[in-house]
Design a protein. Structure first.
Lengths: 255, 317
C-alpha cells in the first residue's frame, strides 16, 4: 500500500517538475520578491517591512497558483489522456490513487516553498534586512493552508475540467479569507435567504485567514503558539475530510 | 465455487448500458453476454468498431461496472486488488506519461504491481529487450511513435508476470515486423501456460494465434467456439471464371449459378457443388467459351464475420 502510494506520489512530483508551469511560476515568484529592491526607496523608512511583506505575500500567492493550476488538472488529465486505465487496472485501490496524487502535489508545494523561501532569505540578505527565523512560521502556515487548497483542487479535479477546477479552487481561496465577513453578513442581513446562505458558506468553506500570519511576522508581533497548533490541526482535519469526499466521488466513477 | 477451479473469466447475462443525449437516451453496449474463458487459452474477441469489445474489457479490468449481470475474474470481483495483481492489461491506443522515459515508466508499473524494488530493474530490462525497445529506453516517451508506445504498452502489461493478459487491439499501430514479433510473444505466453484475451477487428490475427474465438456484434456475443468448429474445412462453394460468353448463354449461366458477376470479358459464376460445376462446364463447352479457372472456396473467419454483420444490418434496417 505505502509502496504504491509513494510510486503515484513520485510520479506526480516528476510530472510537475518536468512541466514548464511550475518552473515559470517559481521564477515569477522570485522576480516579484526581487522587485522589493526597486520599490525599497519608496518605503519611507519601512524598507525592512516592505521587503518581508512583499516576499512572503509573493511566496503564498504563487504557491496557491501552483496548487490551483497543477492540482486542478491532476486527476482530470489522467482520465482525459487515459493513463488512468493503466494505473487502475493494476492492483491500485482508488483511494490510494487519490492519496498518492495528493501527497505528490504536497511534495511539489513543500519543495516550492523551500525554493522560494531560500530566495526570500537571499533577497533579505541582499537588501540588508537582518535575518530572523520568524518568517519561517509564516511559511509553515502557508504549507498548512496549501494542504487545504490542494485537497479542494483534487476534489474538483475528479469531476470538472481543469479550467473550472482552477476557477472554483481560486474562488474558495478568496472567499476562504473572507469567512469572518460571511458571518458578519449572516448576522446583519435582513433577508433570511442571504442569512441562511452566508451561514451555510461560513460553516462549509475553509477559514483560511487563520493561516495568514504575515502581518504579525512582519511587524514582529508575538504569535499564540496554541492558536497556530490549532490552525494546523484544523488544516489536517479539513483536508482529510475533503479527500474522503474526493475518494467517494472517484470510487463511484466508471471509465 | 472456489477460486482455484473457477474459469479465468466468467460472465452471466452481463449488460452494460450507456446514457447519451443528456441521459435520456439509453445505448446498450453489451446485451446478456455469457462468456467463459478457461485457464491457458488464447481467446480472440472479434467484432467491428463499436461492437462492445472495449466495454467488456473495461468491466473485466474493474474500470467500469456492469449495469446488470455477473462478472468474475479468477472467481472474484474484477475490482479486487487481489484479482488485479494476477492480470496484465494493455489498453487500446495506449498513451502513457510522456514526461517519463520508458525505463522509468516500467519501474513505475513494477511498483504499482508490487514487484519488489530489487527485481524491478532486471524485469524492466528484460521486457525492454523482449519488445525490442532497449535503444530508446532512456528517452522521454513524448517522442515515441504509436508502434513504440504499443511495444512499451505490452511490456508494462507483462511487468508482474501476470497469469491473465488482456490486450485491447494490440496490433494497432504495429508494422508487419511488429505484428510478427507480437504473435511470437503471444505464442510464448501460451507455452508458459498463460491465459490471453485480446480484442481485434483484424481477422488474420485471430486465425493465426487463437485457440478460441468470440464474435461480438452490436453488444451481443453471436458465436463462441474453437476456430476449427467455427470454420468448416469442407468446400462451401466453387467459383468458375469463364471467358468469351455471349449474351445468349449468359442467361443459361445465371440459371445454374448462385451468383454471376461480370468482370470485363470474364464471367464469375459461383455454384454450390460439383454437380453444378459440371453443368457450368457443359454450358461453357456448348457456348464455345473458355474456362479460365475453377476455385473451391472454404468458409473463412471473414465470411462468418461478414455473415453476422450483414444479419445485424438487416435486423436494423
Amino acid at each position: 500500500m505505502i509502496g504504491r502510494i509513494r510510486a503515484i506520489a513520485l510520479n506526480t512530483f516528476r510530472e510537475a517538475i518536468r512541466d514548464k508551469v511550475l518552473l515559470t511560476l517559481i521564477v515569477f515568484a522570485v522576480l516579484v520578491m526581487a522587485s522589493a529592491k526597486v520599490i525599497q526607496p519608496l518605503a519611507l523608512g519601512e524598507e525592512q517591512k516592505v521587503v518581508q511583506d512583499l516576499g512572503l505575500a509573493a511566496l503564498t500567492l504563487f504557491c496557491v497558483l501552483i496548487a490551483v493550476l497543477v492540482g486542478g488538472r491532476l486527476v482530470y488529465k489522467e482520465v482525459e489522456k487515459r493513463t488512468i486505465y493503466i494505473v487502475l487496472a493494476k492492483p491500485v485501490r482508488r483511494w490510494e490513487f487519490i492519496v498518492g496524487k495528493y501527497f505528490g502535489l504536497m511534495t511539489v508545494l513543500a519543495a516550492s516553498v523551500a525554493v522560494m523561501g531560500a530566495a526570500f532569505y537571499a533577497i533579505l540578505l541582499l537588501t540588508g534586512v537582518p535575518l530572523s527565523a520568524y518568517p519561517l512560521i509564516a511559511m509553515v502556515m502557508t504549507v498548512f493552508q496549501l494542504a487545504i487548497l490542494t485537497a479542494v483542487a483534487i476534489l474538483f479535479s475528479t469531476f470538472v475540467t481543469p479550467i473550472a477546477s482552477a476557477v472554483f479552487t481560486f474562488a474558495v481561496y478568496l472567499v476562504g479569507h473572507l469567512t469572518r465577513d460571511l458571518r458578519l453578513l449572516a448576522a446583519m442581513s435582513p433577508s433570511p435567504v442571504i442569512k441562511a446562505l452566508s451561514q451555510f458558506l461560513y460553516y462549509v468553506l475553509p477559514n483560511l485567514s487563520n493561516f495568514n500570519v504575515r502581518g504579525e511576522v512582519v511587524h514582529g508581533v508575538a504569535l499564540d503558539p496554541g492558536a497556530l497548533v490549532l490552525s494546523a490541526l484544523y488544516a489536517l482535519v479539513y483536508a482529510a475530510t475533503l479527500l474522503l469526499v474526493a475518494v467517494a466521488a472517484f470510487s463511484r466513477r466508471d471509465f | 465455487m472456489s477460486t482455484l477451479d473457477a474459469p479465468v473469466v466468467e460472465t452471466r447475462r452481463l449488460n452494460r448500458v450507456y446514457r447519451s443525449g443528456f441521459g435520456v437516451k439509453l445505448v446498450p453496449a453489451l446485451i446478456d453476454l455469457d462468456l467463459e474463458i478457461e485457464s491457458g487459452e488464447v481467446f480472440g474477441f472479434l467484432g467491428p468498431n463499436g461492437a462492445g469489445k472495449t466495454s467488456l474489457i473495461k468491466i473485466l479490468m474493474g474500470l467500469s461496472r456492469p449495469t446488470s449481470g455477473e462478472v468474475t475474474v479468477f472467481g472474484r470481483p474484477p475490482r479486487d486488488a487481489a484479482t488485479k495483481s494476477r492480470v496484465g492489461f494493455l489498453p487500446e491506443s495506449p498513451y502513457f506519461y510522456e514526461y517519463l522515459t520508458a525505463r522509468e515508466f516500467l519501474r513505475l508499473a513494477a511498483r504499482l504491481t508490487n514487484v519488489p524494488d530489487g527485481e524491478a530493474g532486471d524485469r524492466a530490462q528484460s521486457l525492454l529487450r523482449l519488445v525490442g525497445m532497449e535503444d530508446a529506453a532512456d528517452l522521454q516517451m513524448r517522442g515515441y511513435s504509436r508502434g513504440m508506445l504499443q511495444r512499451i504498452g505490452i511490456a508494462q502489461a507483462l511487468i508482474a508476470d501476470p497469469e491473465f493478459i488482456v490486450l485491447d487491439e494490440p496490433m494497432g499501430g504495429l508494422d508487419p515486423v511488429g505484428r510478427k514479433e507480437f504473435r511470437d510473444i503471444i505464442y510464448n505466453l501460451r507455452e508458459r501456460g498463460k491465459t490471453v484475451f485480446f480484442s481485434t477487428h483484424i481477422l488474420s490475427d485471430v486465425e493465426m494465434i487463437c485457440d478460441r474465438v468470440g464474435i461480438i456484434i452490436a453488444g451481443r456475443l453471436v458465436n463462441v467456439g474453437r476456430l476449427s468448429e467455427i470454420l468448416t474445412r469442407e468446400v462451401e462453394s466453387y467459383e468458375v471464371a469463364v471467358d468469351g460468353v455471349t449474351g445468349k448463354y449468359r442467361k443459361a449461366f445465371e440459371r445454374v449459378g448462385r451468383q454471376v458477376i461480370r468482370s470485363g470479358e470474364t464471367l464469375l459464376v459461383t455454384v454450390r457443388n460439383e454437380e453444378e460445376v459440371d453443368r457450368v462446364m457443359a454450358i461453357a463447352r456448348e457456348a464455345g467459351a473458355r474456362i479460365q479457372s475453377l476455385v473451391p472456396r472454404r468458409r473463412t473467419l471473414e465470411d462468418h464475420f461478414m455473415q453476422y454483420v450483414q444479419k445485424q444490418d438487416e435486423g436494423v434496417s
